[in-house]
Ligand binder design. Structure first.
Ligand code: PTJ
Length: 261
């Protein structure tokens, strides 16, 4: 059914439609639709825009990518469906390898994602014929490439499912997550949790990458000074502030009502 442009949630409905289409094309897993809904609920809470603490984390993510020796961007079904073009652009500017890594892995889906990423402009995409395993993972997410995730020093994992972020951290990799849920196991396990919506976060990181490549001293400073605990504390404070504002807005008419009576 076509979404009317005048609908107040037009962008949100179009994104939902895009994911449903991506599922029909064998790109997004059915479970990915649930994951999207969970993310959108958090995005309401965050005001559906990049918060100041998220921007700080995005700059830190860029600094770690720029200073990495073997950076890799991991891509799953939702990421390919919603942000293949952003991934391709970010991979080119860093430059970073792209690796398809799926929880609900089938070889057909891997090939389909590689196609989508190549069509979006990504040139260096790993995924089919994995030749390594991430230790400590039972799921198919363990399957990876030696020349990709396995030997990477910095891994960007958007919309992760938690256990792999922990496993990568155990491998002493610097893990950058993009996840709207600051309480998820992924955000908690990541070295740099970016709590922002994927299609806002990736271009922001890309812009910071461009700036920091032109200013390596600033990149080194950001890597040295980034403090995950302080950044998450700022994010929780931001959510508290948003909720407090909502409480004030909801109390408003009630007070007016009382004054009249
Ligand atoms: O494609 P596959 O087979 O690898 O499967 C991918 C999914 C997404 C199904 C898998 O990784 C999964 O189950 O993820 P989870 O555990 O549901 O976690 C997804 C997280 O991403 C949740 O914490 C959501 O809040 C968050 N999220 C969802 N959509 C977005 C998002 N974060 C940022 N931007 C989004 N658009």
């Amino acid at each position: 059914m076509p979404v009317p442009r005048t609908h107040p949630r037009y962008a949100s409905l179009k994104t939902r439609e895009r994911l449903v289409q991506a599922h029909r094309q064998g790109i997004a897993a059915l479970e990915g639709l649930i994951a999207h809904g969970r993310g959108e609920a958090w995005d309401y809470l965050l005001g559906e825009e990049t918060s100041a603490p998220a921007l700080v984390a995005e700059k830190a993510a860029a600094a770690f990518l720029v200073t990495a020796e073997r950076p890799v961007i991991s891509v799953n079904g939702n990421v390919a469906a919603l942000a293949a073009d952003h991934v391709a652009r970010l991979a080119a500017v860093v430059p970073a390898r792209v690796e398809v890594n799926l929880f609900h892995r089938t070889e057909a889906r891997v090939r389909q994602l590689v196609r989508v990423l190549r069509k979006a402009g990504a040139t260096d995409v790993l995924g089919p014929r994995p030749n390594a395993r991430i230790p400590g993972l039972e799921s198919k997410r363990a399957l990876c490439h030696k020349e990709g995730i396995y030997r990477a020093d910095v891994v960007l994992v958007p919309l992760e499912d938690g256990d792999r972020a922990e496993a990568l951290a155990r491998m002493a990799k610097l893990v950058i997550s993009v996840d709207l849920n600051p309480l998820s196991r992924t955000s908690q396990a990541a070295s740099v949790p970016v709590v922002d919506e994927l299609t806002r976060a990736l271009p922001n990181i890309g812009r910071f990458v461009r700036d920091l490549k032109a200013d390596p001293d600033e990149a080194t400073r950001v890597v040295r000074e980034y403090d995950k605990a302080r950044n998450l504390a700022a994010l929780y404070a931001f959510i508290r502030w948003r909720l407090a504002n909502l409480v004030r807005v909801t109390k408003g008419p009630e007070r007016r009502g009382r004054a009249k009576s």
